[in-house]
Design a protein around this ligand. Structure first.
Ligand SMILES: *Cc1c(COP(=O)(O)O)cnc(C)c1O
Length: 389
């Protein structure tokens, strides 16, 4: 398979015709028959230490391995050009596994480039999993490295201000320390960080992979060595992706490229229109030249994406706008077929330290597949109704 769209439709399904089925088989088994204590025990030991079952071996127990989940992982690995991928119950469970793997390897120090998703910032700031963090801005990574630095963590585009960073430059600065890029906002449709030198790519699969706001999951695409370490953490801690959401997330991969491109087209129109609205003081969208000073759209990223943020004059004004939308939904999360609006400082980024919190005048919009005129009309009526209230 050569084309990316073809790959999205077929990845993880290559053997279905030979099996005599058309849709992905959904295997809900929590346990699997064993042929003998000895053979089952060996399979168990192998999987509990990060391996995968060999053909003909018992898969023992769903926490260790499941064929429906493995198909989704195979699909993600292909789209991210990774050797393997390992899935988890949520994006946060995936991040927790990466952090625990770094701690287990004796390298608990993490250099994290802000801004990050509020939950990621929170788990790092609390140090709850045994990591120690140095938060930095782009360009300050090298100076923050220590002998026990196990990981450099960054997002591009970043949640919620859509700031872009140069992944190749970040990898060079990290000086051999593994770089983990949260690629949730870009998806592999627009950006493939492993091709640029990142060691790990993390996704909240809850967002674009599912695409319909009805399945949670997280996944890390990486090398065989990291994948084995992550499977060991997953087998031990149990934060696994289960078959039904895996089935839905895998189904979502087939339409991921078309959804991303269509939503992106809408986002571009809305960002441009909001820019000329007198009540909007700033639009943050990678497709606007002033938001992409390094020229990364068209090089690192094939397009600017489907998320945008905008600022209004006062925090009070920003906090009232989500309550005034009619057709758009006021809700956290993103990447689905319907448009959502939320106030990052008050919601998704609430746990972030005051000096690193997003501006309280900012709102984030995840642009959906509706007619762009309808999305824009609703945003404009909400902005104007609150202003005149
Ligand atoms: C939502 C999100 C996460 C966390 O994923 P969950 O599936 O909600 O646990 C991590 N990173 C980014 C960029 C996100 O938007």
């Amino acid at each position: 398979m050569v084309g990316w769209d073809s790959m999205a439709v077929h990845a993880g399904r290559e053997d279905l015709a030979a099996l005599g089925v058309h849709a992905v088989p959904l295997d809900m088994s929590t346990t699997a028959p064993l042929t003998s204590v000895e053979a089952g025990g060996l399979a168990y030991e192998q999987m509990a230490t990060g391996g995968v079952p060999q053909p003909g071996q018992s898969t023992v127990y769903q926490r260790l391995w499941n064929p429906t989940v493995a198909r989704f992982e195979d699909g993600v690995a292909q789209l991210e050009t990774a050797a393997e991928s390992v899935s988890f119950a949520t994006g946060m469970a995936a991040l927790a596994a990466v952090l625990l793997a770094a701690v287990a390897a004796g390298k608990p120090h993490v250099v994290a480039v802000r801004p990050l998703y509020g939950g990621s910032d929170h788990v790092l700031a609390t140090g709850l999993l045994g990591t120690r963090v140095t938060f930095v801005h782009p360009g300050e990574v090298r100076a923050a490295l220590r002998p026990d630095t196990g990981l450099v963590v960054a997002e591009t585009p970043a949640n919620p201000d859509l700031r872009l960073l140069d992944i190749k430059a970040l990898v060079a600065e990290a000086d051999g320390v593994p770089v983990m890029i949260d690629n949730t906002f870009a998806t592999p449709v627009l950006q493939r960080p492993l091709e640029l030198g990142a060691a790990l790519v993390l996704h909240s699969a809850t967002k674009f992979f599912g695409g319909h706001g009805d399945a949670m999951g997280g996944v890390v695409a990486t090398s065989a060595d990291w994948a084995s370490r992550l499977r060991q953490v997953r087998a031990i801690t149990g934060g696994l992706l289960t078959p039904w959401p895996a089935y839905l997330l895998h189904r979502g991969l087939a339409t991921l490229p078309v959804r991303v491109r269509a939503q992106q087209e809408n986002a571009f129109k809305i960002a441009s229109a909001l820019q000329s609205h007198e009540a909007v003081s700033r639009v943050l969208y990678p497709g606007l030249a002033e938001c992409d000073p390094l020229g990364l759209v068209g090089t690192q990223m094939s397009g600017p994406g489907t998320l945008l943020s905008f600022e209004v004059d006062t925090a009070d004004y920003a906090e009232r706008i989500p309550g005034a939308v009619k057709f758009i939904t006021h809700a956290v999360s993103l990447g689905g077929v319907d448009t959502l609006i939320q106030h990052p400082a008050g919601l998704t980024h609430r746990p972030v330290a005051a000096d690193a919190k997003p501006h309280a005048t900012m709102l984030r919009v995840s642009v959906g597949l509706e007619d762009p005129e309808d999305i824009l009309a609703d945003l404009v009526q909400a902005i104007e109704s609150v202003r005149t209230a």
